[in-house]
Design a protein around this ligand. Structure first.
Ligand SMILES: Cc1ncc(COP(=O)(O)O)c(C=O)c1O
Length: 415
């Protein structure tokens, strides 16, 4: 069942907030202020309804039966793929592979793209602001094959130093794998430049879009990247589902990542013929409900005035940055010129976990810790930060509440 595609002409914040049931609850007796969107986003009712509908009426496996429920489930599942294709402007739905999330997508590329191509001296080039999921798979590859992980540095604002990045590209570079936007700092990387520099040397590029996808228009043809990965749950969809976009010519050449049902055309004990794209990479029963829910999330974004929503979020970032900068004893970590709505900070003499715990008692949900980016913490000489991360449903009033409560935390620990 496809949702009614009526584009809302205006971005009406109150109206948008009504679409997200979880935002209207009290936590510890206080109205929830949800500022942990980089970890996961809340879900609009359209997504929750689509999951309910699947489990109540269409629950069935996909691609395998002639009965009506399976037919409906398969149509909704494949409609989810079309929706993703259009959302990121991929050339074909064959380039859209459903996986568990960004992490699995990177591991898939590591195993099926990079591993068979590793030669003596091969290098994977990443940046210094990567999430662990774009570091550890390459370290595993390095341990197992002798490939080398090379890291391009960032400056004190948390921006990639492009000349240093370019200096590290060479005939030995097998793949560039960098974030589109950083979860710990908010930095948006100059992906067009990165791709241009890499492609000029014939080097393919993977972009980790886990953070970018919910905050800006993503057009894989415009960026000309070879792989783009993201997770459904960070773009208002369900957990446990994500996307690997891959250039069709590369996906065609790559061996399957896992073997099992659905990824084959025929099997005998002597020989198996693999299925066509994208099914070659979707072994076993997929997360049917997840894909349907992800489709509903992206359709929801297409229906709201998304440009206005992104603009609102950017205004919130500017407003929040000013508020936090005005607090003595607070240091923002990550001050890049081009940022998504991430406000990572440390307070003099107060551990981020204490900050997070006190804020939680006030109904404010933020994340504290290393944000799965320990090398970023090391780069800035801090063990952890407190991170407030925004979505378009947040408000200036919520940021006022954050700033007020931070001052209260300071008073509490000064006493
Ligand atoms: C930049 C970045 N990459 C990758 C991931 C991994 O996403 P997932 O845990 O959904 O696979 C995250 C999650 O926080 C992230 O922020």
């Amino acid at each position: 069942m496809s949702a009614l595609r009526v584009v809302k002409p205006e971005f009406d914040l109150a109206d948008i907030r009504r679409d997200f049931p979880a935002l209207h609850q009290k936590v510890h007796g206080k109205p929830l202020v949800y500022l942990d969107n980089a970890a996961t986003t809340q879900k609009p009712k359209a997504v929750i309804d689509s999951l309910n509908r699947y489990y109540m009426f269409d629950c069935s496996n996909v691609h395998r039966a002639v009965h009506a429920l399976s037919d409906r489930a398969t149509k909704s599942y494949e409609a989810g793929r079309k929706t993703v294709q259009h959302f990121i402007n991929a050339r074909s739905e064959r380039e859209i592979v459903f996986v568990r999330g960004a992490t699995e997508a990177i591991n898939l590329v590591m195993n099926s793209f990079a591993r068979p191509r590793v030669k003596e001296g091969s290098e994977i080039l990443i940046s210094a602001l990567e999430h662990h999921s774009n570091i550890v798979p390459w370290q595993i590859l390095a341990e197992q094959t002798g490939a080398r992980l090379v890291v391009a540095p960032i400056n004190d604002a948390g921006e990639l130093i492009l000349e240093e990045f370019e200096r590290r590209l060479g005939p030995q570079t097998l793949l560039v794998s960098v974030a589109h936007a950083s979860n710990a700092l908010g930095t948006v990387l100059p992906v067009h430049e990165i791709v241009r520099m890499a492609h000029a040397r014939g080097i393919p590029v993977l972009l980790d879009g886990a953070q970018a996808i919910a905050h800006m228009h993503v057009d894989v043809q415009d960026m000309d990247c070879d792989f783009y990965v993201f997770s459904g749950h960070k773009v208002f969809g369900p957990t446990g589902v994500g996307v690997l976009y891959g250039r069709e010519s590369f996906l065609n050449e790559m061996p399957p990542y896992q073997g099992g049902g659905d990824m084959i055309r025929s099997v005998t004990f002597e020989k198996t013929i693999y299925n066509d794209l994208p099914y070659k990479f979707e072994a076993g029963t997929p997360h049917v409900a997840g894909v349907i829910g992800l489709g509903a999330a992206l359709n929801y974004l297409s229906r709201i005035a998304i440009d206005r929503a992104f603009k609102h979020e950017h205004e919130l970032l500017t407003y929040g940055t000013e508020l936090l900068n005005a607090i003595p004893g607070l240091r923002l970590i990550g001050t890049a010129r081009d940022k998504i709505g991430v406000l990572s900070f440390v307070l003099d003499g107060i551990h981020p976990h204490d900050v997070g715990t006190v804020l939680d008692r006030e109904g404010i949900a933020v994340r504290t810790g290393h944000h799965c980016a320990q090398p970023v913490m090391d780069r800035f000489g801090v063990p952890a930060t407190t991170r407030a991360s925004l979505a378009f449903y947040n408000t200036k009033v919520e940021l006022d509440a954050l700033a007020n409560r931070i001052r209260r935390v300071q008073k509490l620990f000064a006493a």
